[in-house]
Design a protein around this ligand. Sequence first.
Ligand code: MIC
Ligand code: SF4
Length: 649
Amino acid sequence: MKQNIVEKILSSHIREGQPVKGSEVGIRIAQTLTQDATGTMAYLQFEAMGLKEIKTDISVSYVDHNTVQVGFENSDDHKYLQTVAAKYGIVYSRPGNGICHQVHLERFGKPGTTLLGSDSHTPTGGGIGQIAIGAGGLDVAVAMGGGLFYLTYPKVYLVNLTGELKPWVTAKDIVLHMLSILTTKGNVGVMLEYGGPGVKTLSVPQRATIANMGAEMGVTCSVFPSDSVTKKFLKAQGRENDWVELKADKGAKYDRVIDVDLSSLEPLAACPHSPGNIKKISELEGISVDQVCIGSCTNSSLRDMLTVAAILKGRKVSDTVSLGIAPGSRQVLQMMARKGALADLLDSGARILESACGFCIGNHFSPKSGGVSLRTSNRNFEARSGTADAQVYLVSPEMAALAAITGKITSPSKSGIDYPQIKEPSSFLIDDSMFIKPSPALKSTEIFRGPNIGEPPKNGPMPESLNGAVQIVLGDKITTDHIMPAGARLKYRSNVPKYAQYVFENIDPQFYKKCLDNKSAGGHNVIVAGESYGQGSSREHAAMCPMYLGVKAVLAKSFERIHSANLINFGIAPLVFKNPSDIEKIKPGDKLTCRAWKETFEKGETVKLLNERSGETIEALCSLSPRQTNILIAGGLLNHTTKEDKCLK
Ligand code: MIC
Ligand code: SF4
């Protein structure tokens, strides 16, 4: 049978289920990655499952999110991560070594294999030909222990690239163009495969930029062929042996084909407050800019940095702009230093930030009140920058550099600057000294637990009946940033009772208290929402903390993939309105009850919720696989795994 690339990789990793679109399959995971913000809980859960060592080909624990170490909490978490990695055979990437996705691409990503990461931008690995998927920390912990990862066998869309990019038009513009087509909702259960003659014109880091922002479309992952360009990149990283060729068979089938002529594209921007709000740079020209941030896992490769340095060389950053640059990895930073690009940036007035997530997650470098910030990152959700009323535009490094010089959004044609053509190096500087690799001697390491490290919260099994109080009614596109704020709050991520105090902090600061009061009076809590609930981050805390607050169900018009899986993993039912307009029939404070709650799931029936206030019945669907039903009834994956040892083979 003729196979596309997705089918090829999946078929060599499927261990359970059949490759039938829409049905659940279990795949073997070859590599995992975690980062510090999701990692502590992933490893606490790994420990709670009683696992002795990792069973993947390689698992890497990166520290890149909370590197600033304000207060003791982050430093304690980092020490915990380092010691847990030593004990269980995990590679530890020290703070300063770079952003997980960029570093993984450079040093570990392997074409034709599977990668599962506790971060929604794990699909960056698709740039090197991996099926790389983002998931909650608990799923990653199970995969580290040799358990399968379950997903819906996907629909595959081919993105057929033809032509070549014009000067000043970049990989970022390709993916922003894709966002204008596929939007930020409704692509659950889809994988994108890039193909066509235009692919060979894109380097691996450019492909990675494109695969990275597939996360914003809600697709499970995006994958590129592994070709001579991939081979060259791996050779330059001293990893030629990791290369295998990967291409679709002639005549392979796709569920949809999207044609993109690269030569027809022009510079684009995602406008506030959604990565799907796409406009042309030429339409935005003249908007004054207060801040420019270049970096993040989307655009922080050596090529990006050298391009920016070449644009800024001999020029000065505008007096009205603060320019921050965070190279994606220590390798990138070291090479920038050796090539003189770092000096060019410093001369221009750029502020060099650590090779870490930093500004992207609102950890620092927040814009001024109402400020306009141009960023090369992937998300511009309201308040994510740390400033509630900031206006964040997502652009390419090239557009960011031009705006840093002129102080406003500027079309390249008006800049009078020639486009610098940067070539990929034939060899990268290889210095793995900031990784601590596993060794037999490290196995006896004692695990360090500071006072910020709590226990993973426990949940009881599913109750027989639901006595639900609607604690909040929300609109469409609620992100996990809305549910569980990031930025300064991230440092409480290893301490669920503390972090749970901030659930919906920016929407209803009383949510936490109302839930706990109702829970202690013996009631259950329910969240009601519109479309695409749980967009964005893979943050399992957006399910774990509501679970801690006694939430038993989220009733929404639709869910995003990772969050829906996380809800099930923490024993919360993701219910979909049978009639979306029924959301109008529910008000905050309503009581939604269901006598035969557990039985309904056991029988796989439509869920009938009685609104005690109006006497109306609201019907909801919960299409679960038998495996998911068992997890939900057990009260979550941790209970299910430890009780029945079901997931670990
Ligand atoms: C993000 O970009 O939103 C994050 C922070 O990297 C998250 C992970 C997290 O919440 O720690 C993600 O993308 O999954
Ligand atoms: Fe880090 Fe930002 Fe990438 Fe998330 S999107 S991994 S916060 S750089």
